[in-house]
Design a protein around this ligand. Sequence first.
Ligand SMILES: COc1cccc(-c2nc(Nc3cc(C)[nH]n3)cc3ccccc23)c1
Length: 281
Amino acid sequence: RQFHLGMFEIGKPLGKGKFGRVYLARERSSGFVCALKVLHKIELQQGKVEKQVRREIEIQSNLAHPNILRLFGHFHDSKRIFLILEFAGKGELYKHLRRDQRFPEWKAASYVAQMCAALKYLHKKHVIHRDIKPENILVGIHGEIKISDFGWSVHAPNNRRNTMCGTLDYLPPEMLKPGKDENWYNEKVDLWSLGVLTYEFLVGEAPFEDTPSMTQKRIARGEMTIPPFVSAEAKDLIKKLLVLDPEKRIPLHEVEQHPWIIKHCVKGERAYNRTSASSNK
Ligand SMILES: COc1cccc(-c2nc(Nc3cc(C)[nH]n3)cc3ccccc23)c1
């Protein structure tokens, strides 16, 4: 399908990302509401991120999952690249996290379960996200979460050098301490990040947050403390994800069956059984 700017009615600016502005937009013929991300080619060249953007488009265009932000299409003019993205009505998850300081366990567990579903889908397609953090998650109108920003995602196995920018908090040890094949890592990097995310949802800050050099040391040693207000089940899951050896991290299908997730996520079903039971009376 060919898209061009004239097809869209541009609405209010939603916000500014690292390399682009995002606008609410409506496709004129269908009335379909979406988010239009505008990237300036000059800025991408200066930031040396054209390849990353091409990869983001190529990967995200082929994904279709309720917890992954859809990329419906893209087009460009002489100066700009336009990404036609799904509109998530409640905006950036990290703003919700900062506003609430930390999430109650039922909400954190629901988000972790949704992340699990999204990561299972990605890993089945041999896509590693590599940049799972609250800043890259949007919230839909019904409170469901959607992974966005595939700028750092790759097809596994990766053996290309990637300069990292942004926070180190979410980097797994194998991406910090170059081993023999320093650039070879696999999907298990997303398990580590899921552990950091779970911790941050419940505590309100990342487990290894410190000065950049101290953060690297603490990640490499897996040095973190989990505050007493975190439940024993949640603590158990965090400790099973934040394991230095990638092969020893709890796999996604075990995460979704973990007691902490089950306890908080089958509520709907129990509630369903209660109502159906009561209606039989
Ligand atoms: C970089 O994009 C930024 C930056 C800051 C805020 C928003 C934002 N986005 C969305 N939804 C989106 C965004 C995309 C790509 N799809 N759906 C909703 C919002 C609601 C209130 C405030 C802000 C919002 C985006």
